[in-house]
Design a protein around this ligand. Sequence first.
Ligand code: C2E
Ligand code: CA
Ligand code: CA
Ligand code: CA
Length: 282
Amino acid sequence: AKAVGRRTSMRYEAAMDLDVQRRATLSAALRTVLDRNELSLAYQPRLSLVSNQIAGVEALLRWHSPEHGQIHPAQFIPLAEETGMILEIGEWALTEACRALANWREAGLTDLPIAVNVSSLQLLRGEFPQVVERVLAKTGIPANRLELELTESVLMDNPAEASISLQQFRRIGVNLAIDDFGTGYSSLAYLKRLPITMLKIDKEFIDDLAENTDDAAITTTIIAMGHSLGLTVVAEGVETSTQAQWLRDHRCDEIQGYWLAEPMPAAEVTRFIQDRSWAGAP
Ligand code: C2E
Ligand code: CA
Ligand code: CA
Ligand code: CA
């Protein structure tokens, strides 16, 4: 539980808002989620403002407990990190997401990448790159169709070790994104040295983009900086066409958020992509 940074501490607070009894109950229930098949993944697409195509799909964990109901990731992921269960849960999510992608590939979506979130405990285990390679081999997914999303705190907790794993991923062709960008501490010098391919601007800066000049300035700067480092820049939590239009005008590469689509079950993804109801917007 020590390998956590700022971003994870925020999640810890969300988990700590739970009273002691509920935390203990949920922690215990978490131990059996895999055996009891209580986890699932929801998938949220993102849109390229450059090509007007769906640029990828992010896998997001969902926990439905028969006893405790629907529990938010912001509550159970910190508990899973504390107990170490995140290692098994994370590997399950990676495997399940790659299996879903294998199905979509069979339906013709062979260019589509899948994005999977990675917690610091997973990354800091030396054998994580091998775990990923094993899952890719087992599911038949090419490494360059996988994107791993890492938060700044995951990277800054232990920069030297994180950097070794990241180099291994790039060597095999796995893409790396920095998630929640702008909320952590990573310095530009450090960013430049990491072999990442994508920045995801945190929703916090996107919410009031059209009204708040500070947020607009920060977002403009992140886009310019990302582009000067050769990175794809994605805006997260885009909820309105005003935000989408602003981001298009300011050359953000991709957008993700409820305005395009809420996270959906695997079975709905091919239809969503093939319908092209999102084409031509904003
Ligand atoms: P995240 O990686 O930043 O994922 C984006 C979160 O924002 C998701 O919440 C998504 O449902 C939500 N979201 C997307 N678009 C919008 C929007 O337009 N408006 C609003 N209000 N929300 C939007 P979710 O699914 O509750 O996940 C929360 C966090 O839990 C994720 O944040 C991620 O940090 C973590 N998480 C989810 N799945 C996994 C996983 O498999 N492994 C790990 N380690 N963490 C995960
Ligand atoms: Ca993410
Ligand atoms: Ca994020
Ligand atoms: Ca976030």
